[in-house]
Design a protein around this ligand. Structure first.
Ligand SMILES: [Zn+2]
Length: 92
């Protein structure tokens, strides 16, 4: 049988407050911060967020700075692309 109501998930604590679109955005960010990510050092997928922007691998204890809600935020990805392009131009 199909569910008639949708569970609010992580934003259930907010109740009906703060507006739908804000809650939706927060839900997306908060859920991606709770996920496990791949470690850049040992490649195990056991990187968890310790605090906003701080990530640590549970496997090798490697601690590093990253995005607030993801180890590599979209803005950081764009910046890395720019760095790469600039480096390529410098080589020429
Ligand atoms: Zn690791």
């Amino acid at each position: 049988m199909a569910r008639r109501t949708k569970k609010a998930g992580i934003v259930a604590t907010f109740g009906a407050r703060y507006g739908t679109s804000v809650r939706k955005k927060y839900k997306k960010a908060a859920e991606s911060s709770k996920k496990k990510y791949q470690c850049p050092k040992c490649t195990y997928s056991s990187v968890k967020r310790i605090s906003s922007g701080i990530w640590q691998c549970r496997h090798c204890k490697h601690k590093f700075a990253g995005g607030a809600y993801q180890p590599l935020s979209d803005a950081m990805k764009n910046r890395l692309l720019i760095f790469k392009k600039v480096n390529e131009q410098m080589d020429r």
